[in-house]
Ligand binder design. Structure first.
Ligand code: NAP
Ligand code: GDP
Length: 301
């Protein structure tokens, strides 16, 4: 059996991998190079799926830029270098479609990653994550290692960070809607509801990433998305349906919209896996909401 180490194993994506060695910050703080080396020493993996990162939604990314920059630079530098030192030949790490240039031709294609500055709302996170791409390409070139990156769009699912201020839009909305329903209060949504996003269920990301670990060998990243845009308004309405929320929904124009859209070109993933069945948003949301109800209040937030 392959020994696969998953960093960030307590997180949204990391918790989806079966039959792997999953570690979280409780065991090893990857900001510290010595602890990162110890993680490899203790677990002796053959392969690495590197999910650990400082991750947040629009609020987290805009208000804690220093933390997002520093932690992501350190975690990626440490993990990728320690993997090299320990002779790991095959590693996959995560980028995100939100780190692409803000002013760029749409739909986003893999080769556009470095073609301009990211959106100001998350530029610190974006530049730090872009450096993982630079590091991995450099290591592939200099050391001949089969290291690569995947680039998912907005991910959602069980085990997410449901923080109301720093979480991504879907987990924050699930938490807000739960509270509004419980307390019989209105539901407040940031911005106009017009921005468009593509959403992917966490287990789909894990399945595609596992495939990439063993089958994807290009130095350029690969976008993971179903390529289907939904407005925030559409998502709120679908969620209200799933959670049977009948209260008032109020859009807060004084709160940020962030990037208006970031549609993706999915020809690469379709070329490799033309028959992959993405989880429909309504099914993914139903599973996530179910998980939330079963775990509240013991959720990450
Ligand atoms: P997540 O749910 O926030 O999980 C982050 C994981 O990283 C947790 O297991 C956390 O451990 C670990 N971690 C954070 N700081 C650490 C440290 N200093 N030392 C060790 N572990 C640390 O993140 P996710 O949403 O699963 O994201 C996985 C990857 O996908 C990330 O690289 C992210 O950038 C990328 N991505 C995410 C999205 C999205 O919408 N969520 C979209 C595109 C790309 P603890 O639980 O112990 O803190
Ligand atoms: P992004 O895709 O990187 O911008 O990050 P998010 O997952 O945080 O999505 C942000 C989009 O959802 C923006 O258009 C926000 O205006 C909208 N949104 C609406 N309500 C919320 C909320 O409660 N939390 C978050 N994070 N975003 C919200």
């Amino acid at each position: 059996m392959n020994k696969i180490l998953v960093t960030g194993g307590s997180g949204l994506v990391g918790s989806c991998f079966d039959n792997t060695i999953m570690v979280s910050s409780k065991q090893y703080d990857l900001l510290d190079f010595k602890q990162t080396l110890k993680m490899f020493d203790d677990t002796q993996p053959e392969y690495v799926i590197h999910c650990a990162a400082k991750v947040g939604g629009l609020g987290g990314n805009s208000n804690y830029k220093g933390d997002f920059y520093r932690e992501n630079i350190l975690i990626n530098t440490n993990v990728i270098e320690a993997a090299r030192v320990y002779g790991i030949k095959n590693l996959v790490a995560f980028l995100s479609t939100c780190i692409f240039p803000a002013n760029v031709e749409y739909p986003l294609r893999e080769e556009y990653l470095h073609n301009g500055p990211p959106h100001t709302s998350n530029d610190a996170y974006a530049y730090a994550k872009r450096m993982a791409d630079v590091q991995i390409r450099a290591y592939k070139e200099q050391y001949g290692l089969n290291y690569k990156t995947v680039t998912p769009t907005n991910i959602y699912g069980p085990n997410d960070n449901f923080n109301l201020e720093t979480g991504h839009v879907l987990p924050s909305l699930i938490h807000k809607m739960y509270l509004a329903k419980r307390d019989n209060t209105p539901m407040y949504i940031w911005g106009s509801g017009n921005p468009l996003r593509e959403f992917i269920y966490s287990q789909d990301v894990a399945d595609l990433t596992m495939w990439c670990l063993f089958n994807y060998n290009e130095s350029e990243t690969i976008i993971l998305s179903n390529g289907f845009e939904l407005s925030i308004k559409d998502v709120v309405n679908t969620l209200a349906d799933v959670m049977e929320f009948k209260g008032d929904i109020i859009y807060q124009s004084d709160k940020p919209d962030g990037q208006l859209r970031k549609p993706t070109d999915i020809s690469k993933i379709k070329k490799y896996l033309p028959n992959f069945q993405f989880t429909p948003i309504k099914d993914g949301l139903a599973k996530t909401v179910d998980w939330f109800y079963n775990n509240y209040p013991y959720i990450r937030s």
